[in-house]
Design a protein around this ligand. Structure first.
Ligand code: NAD
Length: 330
């Protein structure tokens, strides 16, 4: 199928071009993010393929639809950036990649925990500077600590398994209990109890209206004083302003994030020569107990290959009228 890819980097073009040898779609790659301004690039393409920070709000959906697009293939799991009501009204099919490597994201979350706890970012720079002093690098044993997992789906389950391997107690909160997590010895509790008892809280639930700013001034106050918050899920789960207040007071002891609520236009770009205009992000960066990565948790070879294979199969299924298991229900 003739498909326009938005927001592509060299690694996307490489993995999709190689995988497409088995599918034979007609692929065109654009570097631009999909916005209302760039929607005209989709003219003549019955399918477009987009990523996390492309803008699929009402005006953009109407623009691509009027240009002939009928299928939107998300090469990611989350679809919080798509206005599903408008997509339904226009009869646009939306497909996604629900799972490509839960291990990649879970392992990155654990990486953030270890980096923050053992202050590896400081240690790395010190040793390069011939400073071999240990002051300021004191960490804590993970063994025996309590970890709270919010959302025990595919990624939450992998994360739980790893943390159980460290000898941690795991508490979980989810709207639905996962029997595999129960088998791992997880105890499901209400969110306030999880927050009050956990030394580390890691978010693995989707961004939905019900979970927007799940971590806010009220829930931060319920957390154990000095505890660690990890977010590799979606930036909108966390009220950044409230988190900054909690970091300043010491109520929050550590913050590790791979996602940020206003990451669009920042993450995935090289802005090293630019002046960052987002004061909140700059303030967040200034804390010594905050580690930020730029939405790279998914970024492993295995995940990229799985993303390409599933996306191209989704496009084939819709094109040939076969049942596509990865259609987003609208
Ligand atoms: P999943 O669908 O397998 O699991 C999500 C879990 O969240 C489910 O168990 C669901 O019941 C639970 N949930 C839903 N609503 C909830 C609520 N209100 N409160 C608590 N739990 C709730 O999804 P997954 O594959 O494990 O992915 C989880 C999230 O990780 C995705 O939604 C996505 O936002 C994020 N993600 C991030 C990256 C990255 O690179 N940083 C990559 C992939 C996915």
């Amino acid at each position: 199928m003739k498909t326009a890819f938005f927001n592509t980097k060299a690694y996307d073009r490489q993995s999709f071009t190689a995988t497409n040898e088995a599918y034979g779609h007609d692929l065109t790659f654009f570097e631009s993010r999909l916005t209302l301004k760039t929607a005209a690039l989709a003219a003549g393409f019955p399918a477009i393929c987009v990523f996390i920070n492309d803008e699929l709000e009402e005006d953009t959906l109407r623009a691509v639809h009027s240009n002939g697009t009928r299928l939107i293939a998300l090469r990611c799991a989350g679809f919080n950036n798509v206005n599903l009501n408008v997509a339904k009204e226009l009869g646009l099919s939306i497909v996604r990649v629900p799972a490509y490597s839960p291990y990649a994201v879970a392992e990155h979350a654990v990486g953030l925990i270890l980096t923050l706890n053992r202050k590896l970012y400081r240690a790395y720079n010190r040793v390069r500077d011939d400073n071999f002093a240990l002051d300021g690098l004191l960490g804590f044993d993970l063994h025996g600590k309590t970890v709270g997992v919010v959302g025990t789906g595919k990624i939450g389950q992998c994360f739980t398994q790893i943390m159980r391997g460290f000898g941690c107690h795991v508490l979980a909160y989810d709207v639905q209990e996962n029997p595999d997590c129960l088998a791992l010895g997880v105890r499901y509790v209400p969110l306030p109890e999880l927050l009050a008892q956990s030394d580390i809280v890691s978010l693995h639930c989707p961004l939905l209206p019900a979970t927007h700013h799940l971590i806010n001034a009220t829930t931060l106050a319920q957390m154990k004083s000095g505890s660690m918050l990890i977010n590799t899920s979606r930036g909108g789960l966390v009220d950044t302003g409230a988190v900054i207040t909690a970091l300043k007071s010491g109520q929050l002891g550590y913050l590790g994030i791979d996602v940020y609520e206003n990451e669009g236009g920042l993450f995935f770009e090289d802005l090293s020569d630019a002046v960052i205009q987002d004061d909140t992000f700059q303030l967040l960066q200034s804390f010594s107990n905050v580690v930020i990565t730029a939405h790279q948790a998914f970024f492993t070879k295995e995940a990229l290959n799985n993303i390409a294979a599933t996306t191209l199969a989704n496009i084939r299924d819709v094109e040939t009228g076969q049942y596509c298991v990865n259609v987003v229900k609208q």
